[in-house]
Design a protein around this ligand. Structure first.
Ligand SMILES: NC(=O)c1ccc[n+]([C@@H]2O[C@H](COP(=O)([O-])OP(=O)(O)OC[C@H]3O[C@@H](n4cnc5c(N)ncnc54)[C@H](O)[C@@H]3O)[C@@H](O)[C@H]2O)c1
Length: 316
């Protein structure tokens, strides 16, 4: 199948694209490459370094599906330039959708976010509950979902609301919970936990990529919105789990720098036929192996917020 991926040079895309190439797919990846490009050359991979706002300049030929990952991908980054956040996701997604429809692309799979639920004390946060987005990032994701769903009569739409992803990728993100706590334990022998009681859902990067692969093949009667997260844990429990694998001190700081707290219930995804294969401790162990081999190193571009700040200074 010929697949268009947006944002494929990012953390998730850098693991997903090699898997799709291995499955025998042909890939066109459009990415601004803000965080570089760690994808190896392949005869079936075309990397286009561009903003999706220029989507109309790209020649489409027999593309059957689009996996839409491009986004400013966390809360503090979205706040850096609010207009850019709306433009990158909502407005550009509108342009992307028009182009997909015009070229008769049959399917779109969108990486939304489980954080659209904001703060929720419900034990079961299922796809049908009211959204309570509290940050700009959450609001942009919610609106972008709506933009895509408004085209659902013309294209099969699959909206995925992932938990926080964890595990090793060549384009590493050290700003997401499990990765950040694990790296801090490895590098500083210290984990600082802010608050700690906030509940966050998690998903291993391998399972995340397998969900996108699952929806490439899923029957069109399965279109809709799916939560994707399998382990709901408090931040302090994640820190303790890291400590089980890596000797470290844990320091609890009372300030709550990020109050988001929610669980994800992914029964709908499991019922549709997806089975997760990995758990958080697999991610912690993989990160340790890569750190010990000096493959995982401390690089500024692995801290998305600090890196994007630098890039935006250059652009503006
Ligand atoms: N990683 C997570 O924990 C997580 C959790 C929930 C949802 N998501 C969503 O999954 C998607 C992928 O996340 P990620 O962790 O790989 O993020 P990432 O920041 O590593 O990757 C995003 C990629 O999109 C590119 N990009 C941004 N704006 C662009 C534009 N206008 N045109 C072209 N390319 C652009 C960036 O250069 C980057 O390579 C994002 O939409 C994110 O919001 C991620």
């Amino acid at each position: 199948m010929k697949i268009l991926i947006t944002g494929g040079s990012g953390y998730v895309g850098s693991v997903l694209i090699p898997k799709l190439l291995n499955d025998g797919h042909k890939i066109i990846n459009i990415d601004t490459q803000w965080f570089g490009n760690y994808l190896e050359k392949h005869k079936n991979l075309k990397n286009i370094k561009s903003d999706i706002k220029n989507i109309n300049e790209i020649r489409f030929n027999n593309i059957e599906c689009c996996i839409h990952l491009a986004s400013i991908a966390n809360d503090p980054m979205a706040e850096l330039d609010k207009n850019l956040s709306w433009e990158t996701s909502a407005l550009n997604t509108h342009r992307l959708m028009e182009k997909l429809i015009k070229n008769k692309v049959k399917r779109i799979i969108y990486a939304s976010s489980g954080s659209v639920y904001g703060i929720s004390n419900k034990k079961k946060v299922t796809e049908d509950i009211n959204l309570n987005p509290i940050s700009l990032y959450n609001k942009v994701k919610m609106v972008t979902e709506r933009v895509i769903l408004s085209y659902s009569k013309e294209i099969d739409t699959f909206i995925i609301r992932p938990a926080t992803v964890c595990g090793y990728s060549p384009r590493m993100r050290l700003d997401v919970t499990v990765n950040a706590l694990t790296f801090s334990a490895l590098h500083n022998k210290l984990i600082k936990v802010f608050g700690g009681k906030q509940i966050r859902p998690n998903i291993h990067i391998e399972d995340m990529c397998d969900i996108y692969r699952f929806f490439l093949k899923a029957n069109k009667n399965k279109t809709g919105i799916y939560n994707a997260g399998f382990e709901n844990k408090s931040i302090i429990d994640i820190a303790k789990l890291v400590k089980k694998n890596i000797p470290t001190k844990i320091k609890i700081i009372k300030d709550l720098n990020d109050p988001r707290s929610y669980r994800l219930d992914s029964s709908k995804l499991i019922k549709a036929g997806f089975k997760p294969n990995k758990v958080i401790s697999d991610a912690v162990k993989d990160l340790k192996i890569n750190y010990d081999k000096k493959i995982l190193v401390n690089k500024l571009d692995f801290y998305s917020l600090k890196w994007l700040k630098k890039i935006l200074k250059k652009i503006n």
